[in-house]
Design a protein around this ligand. Structure first.
Ligand code: GDP
Length: 544
């Protein structure tokens, strides 16, 4: 009831924010913005398609795998993705479900792009942790979960591929509890062992949802709702087992509690088969009923921007060269407050310069659609936004700046050299561009000079992205030579000289001014820490 605006809301909000329609609060409350975190192959793409099948789509789901893609948008980028079978781009799918607008923000699957995934997770309010029933928690899932925990993002757990042989439900839940200290609370429990997925027990309602397979899961699986007696009569022991197992957990205190979930202490669990489309709309129901709507975002001044404040947004991803025909560069922003209207002129907080938003798009896979309006929680792609980088703020009317996104501790280092000195200017421009987009970190020191900066990355594939883009966008051939360092520590000017005199260590200045000491290996680091304890060597935000 409180969500519906009254005429008085209209006049009061109109005074403070002229652009805000009367229904801003309503639009915010009916939005859910989330990402799926998983290890490659757990079924993220399959789940995305299955989710979209349940939703009244705004963007086309077929675009995910490029079925509806135009030929002209096939870029080198896409070629690289195809060749490697990985998803490098990260964009958002928006759809309507049960009177809610759902934004599913895509995360790159490959571990080398974990820094990009980290940035994506700064743009969501909840996460679905997708686990393969036969494999349990895998390394990439663990990493991403730690990011969610660090950022206070509540997590819904989905155990996928229940149609295939796998572990037992209790084993899987124990693993989550023991390894990451997250208390799983059964919400939709499987009836039938892994490989014999008959349906789900709705733990709260004691109701049975029986599924019927459709060919290849291409359509929504028909559901039949039965009460406990009818379920027992139909499924016999399988039903009793499901009931006993879930009750065992609930009685030992593993029951859903909204506050504990929002605080990141518990995680509701849904068993599913993305491929057969079993248990999929239950994920959407869970998101709609208890994942948080967009809320206020802390700013650098120690305050917070409320969702009903004038427009503001945070850039979380920059993607270039997606369209070979146009060589464009897209900056993706998440709306934080107010209403975005295409064409409005906003301010780029980092430069204080105006930024025109004439070309605003939603992008998913190869599909691009013009956006006219967007609300907090929505993701908008801005075309040719050269000045924008991840972590930047855009705002209208009242100034705000959001905290920068911390960069990960790099573990791979390469010297970058231009093949031809004649193209030094382009080389320089290209390096600056990669730097400002946060594709890699750029390190320099006097010893090596400007002509051969050092690239620092979380994963080596980031180097390939740099090389490919330098060639295609700037026409410069560049060579990379791996440097024999494997870790980085933050240091300071006082420590730099002495560190540089040590074997297996070299100090660089990162483009943001931070001094980084690169160290050959952890034994060297331990030795220096022990022998020269007065030197500053602080860990950076770890990728793991
Ligand atoms: P991603 O790497 O996480 O995006 O995983 P995909 O969605 O590409 O799925 C990886 C593989 O697992 C594909 O062969 C899918 O067909 C398969 N798969 C995904 N979900 C299910 C499922 O629920 N059941 C079964 N049996 N296979 C699945």
């Amino acid at each position: 009831k409180a969500l519906v605006s009254t005429p008085s809301d209209l006049s009061s909000s109109a005074e403070t924010t002229p652009a805000a329609p009367k229904n801003l609060r309503h639009e915010v409350n009916r939005r859910r913005t989330f990402a799926v975190i998983s290890h490659p192959d757990a079924g993220k793409s399959t789940l995305t398609e299955a989710l979209a099948l349940h939703a009244r789509k705004i963007s086309e789901a077929g675009a995910i795998h490029g079925k509806a893609g135009r030929k002209s948008t096939v870029s080198d980028w896409m070629e690289m993705e195809k060749a490697r079978g990985i998803s490098v781009s990260s964009t958002a799918l928006q759809f309507e479900y049960d009177d809610h607008t759902i934004n599913l923000v895509d995360t790159p699957g490959h571990a080398d792009f974990s820094e990009d995934t980290y940035r994506v997770l700064t743009a969501v309010d909840a996460a679905v942790m997708l686990i393969d029933a036969a494999k349990g928690l895998e390394p990439q899932t663990l990493k991403l979960f730690q990011v969610c925990r660090h950022r206070g993002i509540p997590v819904i757990t989905v155990i996928n591929k229940w149609d295939r042989p796998g572990r037992t439900p209790l084993e899987l839940l124990d693993e989550i509890d023991e390894r990451i200290g997250l208390t799983p609370t059964p919400m939709f429990w499987p009836v039938g062992i892994a490989g014999d997925f008959r349906g789900l027990l709705d733990v709260a309602k004691h109701e049975y949802i029986h599924f019927t397979r459709t060919a290849g899961g291409a359509t929504i699986a028909p559901e039949e709702y039965l009460d406990a007696d009818a379920a027992a009569a139909r499924e016999g022991d399988e039903w009793t087992t499901a009931l006993e197992e879930s009750e065992l957990l609930v009685e030992s205190g593993q029951h859903h509690d909204v506050d504990a979930f929002l605080a990141g202490r518990t995680s509701p669990v849904i068993f599913a088969s993305a491929m057969l489309n079993f248990g999929v709309h239950q994920i959407l129901d869970a998101l709609v009923s208890f994942a948080p709507a967009p809320g206020p975002r802390p700013d650098v001044a120690g305050g917070a921007r409320d969702v009903t404040d004038p427009f503001s947004a945070v850039v979380f991803k920059v993607q270039a060269g997606m369209d070979t025909a146009h060589r464009d560069r897209l900056a993706f922003m998440r709306v934080v407050s107010g209403v975005f209207e295409r064409g409005m002129v906003v301010t780029h907080a980092q430069t204080g310069k105006p930024f025109a938003t004439k070309y605003a798009l939603t992008v998913f896979g190869r599909e691009r659609t013009t956006v006219e309006n967007a609300y907090p929680g929505d993701v908008v792609g801005l075309v040719n936004a050269t000045a924008l980088a991840p972590g930047h703020t855009l705002y209208a009317e009242r100034k705000v700046e959001f905290p920068p996104i911390p960069s990960f501790a790099p573990e791979h280092f390469s010297i970058l050299r231009a093949e031809s000195a004649a193209k030094y200017k382009q080389f320089r421009r290209a390096v600056d561009q990669m730097d400002s987009e946060g594709v890699v970190q750029i390190l320099r020191n006097d010893l090596r000079g400007d002509a051969s900066p050092v690239l620092a990355a979380v994963g080596p594939m980031q180097f390939e992205v740099v090389a490919a883009r330098m060639k295609s966008e700037f026409g410069v051939e560049a060579r990379m030579e791996p440097l024999g360092y494997s870790l980085a520590r933050r240091t300071d000017a006082e420590s730099a000289d002495e560190l540089n005199r040590q074997r297996g260590i070299e100090v660089f200045t990162r483009s943001d001014g931070v001094l980084l000491a690169l160290v050959s290996d952890k034994w060297r680091l331990q030795y220096i820490e022990k022998e020269l304890p007065h030197l500053t060597l602080e860990p950076l935000v770890a990728a793991a």
